[in-house]
Design a binder for this molecule. Structure first.
Ligand code: SAH
Length: 389
């Protein structure tokens, strides 16, 4: 049988030897494999380096599953899933929430696979053609290891397009309710796993929600890009005076209202359905605690300058308008903007706003979104707590 094999160009094996899981198309000399197929990766001198899956359509031509010459099998996937589950328990996450990420793609050495756990239900998202071939196997492994009530697929991420994949959503196992109630640090949230953003909830902002809750006492809160009101509930359960959730999605705001009711804080909460860029142009800001958590404004490298202008505009307007002695939790979840670049944007905004701005906290993603030391790109969430005087 013809063995699937990729030969790298001379000198291009360095990143593989450093265990980076991505091989870019420019590093490939010859590829004898179909899209999505598991293939052996060899250096130009024939040395067998790694096994990964290939896709001729993508800049990232290979995503590596193991760094030796043993073909990945069921046992490898089982052990990776077990390791990922164990990592969440070691980190103590199930002690304070029943909604968390169980598999964080490259961060858990399973490129292209996201699995979130919502109170006994799994929601899985397949991002790549190679992982798509392993979907049935992965679903079976999740069933065996986690014994979930159900598994639902939300493979509707737009990044699938460049992989040559269509969006797919639907039931894989059992019955998933349309809305699942989860609890996180004594707060309760309704999660629309079938129609909500991503897999339904921003588990990655959990620790930052907690920070907001601790600091919100007596403050008036403006929650920009609120989605289903996570930061609003956190602020109000932390005894904020009032919170306003602003988002362009009525469905998200409807759920924000329900989430406030579920936590007994609906009387202090209001919603505004508006584009945030318009809102900050046309409204004064009277609140002294602002949260700004936009969607990823950079979807690819080509859009970095445009997106940086977006982050700058948002933060500049907020800094100009915020009352004295305000707090601003400002976030970016774009993986193409690292913390250094994000801080430069904040610096530029502060200079132009003519305000005194201090960084009093810098935060990232929580323990259920591990970062692979070999793949720093798995660190994507940046949040800075600023004091504006
Ligand atoms: N902060 C939220 C997550 C935000 S996700 C949380 O912690 O749960 C981004 C949100 O921004 C989505 O709800 C989306 O509907 C909204 N959105 C995207 N572009 C927008 C815009 N230009 N104006 C207002 N809302 C927008």
């Amino acid at each position: 049988m013809n063995m699937q094999k990729i030969i790298l160009k001379k000198g291009k094996e360095k990143s593989v030897l450093n265990k980076h899981p991505w091989i870019f198309s420019g590093a490939v000399a010859t590829a004898d494999a179909f899209d999505g197929q598991l293939t052996l990766v060899c250096a130009s001198d024939g040395t067998e380096l790694a096994w990964g899956y290939y896709n001729s359509r993508c800049d990232i031509a290979v995503r590596i599953l193991r760094f030796d010459n043993v073909k990945p099998d069921n046992d490898l996937l089982v052990s990776r899933v077990r390791q990922a589950v164990a990592a969440r328990h070691i980190a103590g996450i199930p002690q304070y929430t029943n909604a968390y990420r169980i598999i964080h793609s490259e961060g858990d050495f399973l490129p292209g696979l996201i699995v979130d756990w919502y109170a006994g239900h799994c929601v899985m998202q397949i991002l790549t053609c190679g992982m798509e071939q392993l979907k049935v196997t992965i679903a079976q492994i999740l069933k065996d290891i986690l014994n979930p009530m159900s598994i639902y697929e939300r493979s509707d991420h737009e990044g699938r397009k460049i992989e040559g994949l269509h969006p797919v959503s639907g039931q894989i196992y059992g019955t998933t309710p349309d809305v699942i109630e989860i609890s996180e640090n004594d707060m309760r949230f309704l999660v629309d796993v079938k129609r909500g953003q991503k897999t339904g909830f921003f588990c990655d902002q959990r620790d930052n929600r907690n920070t907001v809750r601790r600091l919100a006492h007596g403050r008036d809160v403006l929650n920009l890009f609120s989605y289903t009101g996570g930061f609003s509930v956190a602020a109000l359960t932390g005894a904020a005076r009032v919170a306003i959730s602003v988002d362009s999605s009525q469905d998200a705001l409807d759920l924000a209202v329900k989430n406030c009711r579920l936590n007994g804080v609906e009387a202090q909460h209001s919603i505004v359905k508006e584009d945030v860029f318009d809102y900050i142009n046309t409204h004064d800001i009277e609140q002294n605690f602002i949260v700004c958590d936009p969607p990823a404004l950079v979807k690819n490298k080509a859009h970095i300058p445009q997106a940086l202008r977006g982050y700058k505009e948002l933060n500049l307007k907020i800094m100009r308008k915020a009352p004295r002695n305000s707090l601003l939790l400002t976030c970016s979840c774009s993986r193409f903007v690292d913390v250094k670049l994000f801080q430069q944007v904040i610096f530029g905004a502060a200079v132009d706003a003519g305000r005194d701005v201090q960084i009093i906290g810098k935060f990232s993603q929580p323990l259920d979104h591990p970062v692979s030391v070999y793949c720093p790109e798995t660190e994507y969430l940046k949040a800075m707590l600023l004091r504006i005087t």
